[in-house]
Design a protein around this ligand. Structure first.
Ligand code: PLP
Length: 453
C-alpha cells in the first residue's frame, strides 16, 4: 500500500514515528489507525469510526475521554505558568498541593512524594532511592531486588530489568542480572497441579523465604510487586499473599515497593489497592496513569516517613539529593492530576467501579462456553480472558498464531477496543462505564471469540 489515499498524518506516522511495542511485520503496509477524538467511553478515528474504549487508552483514562474540566485546568495552568523547574528550592502551586493531596490519600505514613514523568521513571526512582537509603544507613550491601516473573514495571533500562515478562526481553540485552531476581508469578491458573489456592499461597511465600535465605537478607534492598499483575495477564494473587509477603519483607528489613501504576486511582474500587484491598501498607508506593486520568504524563514514587527521615539528611557536596527529572512536578501535569482527583472525589467514581466491576467479571464468566477460553479472571474493572489451544491440558496457542490478536481485530470490527497481551485478551475500561456498556463490551467479545473459534 503506498498510502496515497491516506491522510497526511497517516503517512507522517508511517514514515517517521517509531511506536512503542510495534509489530513491524505489518506496520509498513497497514500503518496506524489515527485516533482523532474521544467522548466519555467512546474513541473516534479520523475516518469517523467510533469504538467503545475497553482499555481506558492504556489502563489510564479512568474518568473517560473529553473531560473539559481537566482540559481547562491544564490550559489555565499552561497560560499562568507553563513550566519552571522544581530543582532545589523552587516549586509551583499545583505540585505542592498535589504532593499534599497524595500524602492524604495514600495509606499509613506514605507522606513524601517524588514526582516523575511516568511509571517507569517512578520505579527507577524507587530503586535508586532504596539503594541510597541503605547506603545512608551503612548497609551498602543491600542492593538486590526481588521482582516476579510476569511482572511489568516499565521500559527504562532498569524498569525493564525489573520486568519479568520473557517476550519483552527478546533480542534485547539484559542488565542488572546480579541485582534483580525474579520469583514465581502468583498465577493461580497455572499453579502446580493438585494445589488449592491456600497451598499455592504457602508455596509462593515459602519460595520467597527460601530465596531470601539463599541470597542473604543483608544483600536485599526491596521486593517490588503489582497488587494485581496487569500486562503480565491480569493475575490476581491468592488471598493473603501480599500481606504475608509484606510481613516477610518487614522481618528481613526488605522494603516493599507496591507498583500501583494500574491499580491506583480506583481501578479496583479504591484510591489504592495495597491497604484497602490487600491489607498492608508498603514502604514505597508507585503511581502514574490514573493519577491524571491519562491527560498528562506524570508519575510519583511515594515514600514512608521512615525512608524520608534517612534520605532527607544532607550529605555530600552541598548536601544535595542528586536525583530528579526536568519535568518532576511539571505544573500542567500536576494541575491535570489535581483536577482528576477532585473529579474522583466529587463524582463518586469508585462506587461505580464497585457496582460495574463485579458485573463485568460475572458477565465475562459466560465466555467459558467457548472451548478456546481457558481462564477468565480479574477483579473489578481489570479483567483478562486467556485463550488456550487445549483447555484440559491448559496448552497455550503458539505465539505465531496470535490468537488474542485475532480476537482483538474482530472485536474492533464489532466496535469495541480490547487489548491482546500474549494469549490473553485484557480489559480495563474507564471507571465511568455503565452496566449497558459492560454488556456491549462483553457481547462484542463473545461474538468475536465465536467468529474466530
Ligand atoms: N508499572 C506498571 C504496573 C505498568 O502497568 C506500567 C505501564 O503499563 C508501568 C509501570 C510503566 O509505566 P510508564 O509506561 O508510564 O512508564
Amino acid at each position: 500500500m503506498d498510502g496515497t489515499s491516506k491522510s497526511d498524518s497517516w503517512r507522517a506516522d508511517r514514515d517517521h514515528f517509531i511506536h512503542p511495542y510495534t509489530d513491524f511485520t505489518t506496520f509498513a503496509e497497514t500503518g496506524s489507525q489515527v485516533m482523532s477524538h474521544g467522548d466519555a467511553m467512546m474513541i473516534t478515528d479520523e475516518d469517523g469510526r467510533s469504538y467503545l474504549d475497553g482499555i481506558a487508552g492504556l489502563w489510564c483514562v479512568n474518568l473517560g475521554h473529553g473531560r473539559r474540566e481537566i482540559a481547562s485546568a491544564m490550559g489555565e495552568q499552561a497560560a499562568r505558568l507553563g513550566y519552571f523547574n522544581t530543582f532545589g528550592h523552587s516549586t509551583n502551586t499545583p505540585a505542592a498541593l498535589l504532593a499534599r493531596k497524595l500524602a492524604e490519600r495514600t495509606p499509613g505514613d506514605l507522606n513524601h512524594v517524588f514526582f516523575t514523568t511516568g511509571g517507569s521513571t517512578a520505579n527507577d526512582t524507587a530503586v535508586r532511592l532504596a539503594h541510597y537509603y541503605f547506603n545512608r544507613l551503612g548497609k551498602p550491601a543491600k542492593k538486590k531486588i526481588l521482582s516476579r516473573h510476569n511482572g511489568y514495571h516499565g521500559s527504562t533500562y532498569f524498569a525493564a530489568a525489573l520486568t519479568g515478562i520473557h517476550g519483552i526481553h527478546y533480542g534485547f540485552d539484559r542488565i542488572a542480572e546480579d541485582i534483580v531476581h525474579h520469583l514465581s508469578a502468583a498465577d493461580c491458573f497455572r499453579r502446580p497441579d493438585g494445589m488449592d489456592e491456600a497451598q499455592f499461597c504457602d508455596f509462593l511465600v515459602d519460595e520467597a523465604r527460601y530465596r531470601i535465605m539463599q541470597l542473604g537478607a543483608e544483600n536485599i534492598a526491596a521486593f517490588i510487586a503489582e497488587p494485581v499483575m496487569g500486562a503480565g495477564g491480569v493475575l490476581v494473587a491468592p488471598e493473603g499473599y501480599h500481606r504475608r509477603m509484606a510481613d516477610l519483607c518487614r522481618e528481613n528489613d526488605i522494603l516493599y515497593i507496591a507498583d500501583e501504576v494500574v491499580t491506583g486511582f480506583g481501578r479496583l474500587g479504591h484510591w489504592f489497592a495495597s491497604e484497602d484491598r490487600f491489607a498492608h501498607v508498603p514502604d514505597i508506593l508507585i503511581t502514574a496513569k490514573g493519577i491524571s486520568s491519562g491527560y498528562c504524563p506524570i508519575g510519583a514514587a511515594i515514600f514512608s516517613d521512615r525512608i524520608h527521615e534517612v534520605i532527607s539528611v544532607p550529605q555530600g557536596p552541598g548536601g544535595v539529593l542528586t536525583h530528579g527529572f526536568t519535568y518532576s512536578g511539571h505544573p500542567v501535569s500536576c494541575a491535570a492530576a489535581l483536577k482528576s482527583i477532585e473529579l474522583y472525589e466529587q463524582e463518586d467514581v469508585f462506587a461505580n467501579v464497585l457496582d460495574t466491576g463485579p458485573y463485568l467479571q460475572e458477565r465475562l464468566q459466560g465466555l467459558t462456553r467457548h472451548e478456546i477460553v481457558g481462564d477468565v479472571r480479574g477483579e473489578q474493572l481489570m479483567a483478562g480472558v486467556e485463550l488456550v489451544a487445549n483447555r484440559a491440558s491448559k496448552t497455550s496457542f503458539a505465539p505465531e498464531l496470535a490468537a488474542a490478536e485475532i480476537v482483538f481485530g474482530r472485536a474492533r470490527e464489532l466496535g469495541v477496543i480490547v487489548r491482546p497481551v500474549g494469549n490473553t485478551v485484557i480489559m480495563s475500561p474507564p471507571l465511568i462505564i455503565s452496566r449497558e456498556q459492560v454488556d456491549k463490551l462483553v457481547d462484542a467479545l463473545d461474538q468475536a471469540i465465536e467468529d474466530v473459534s
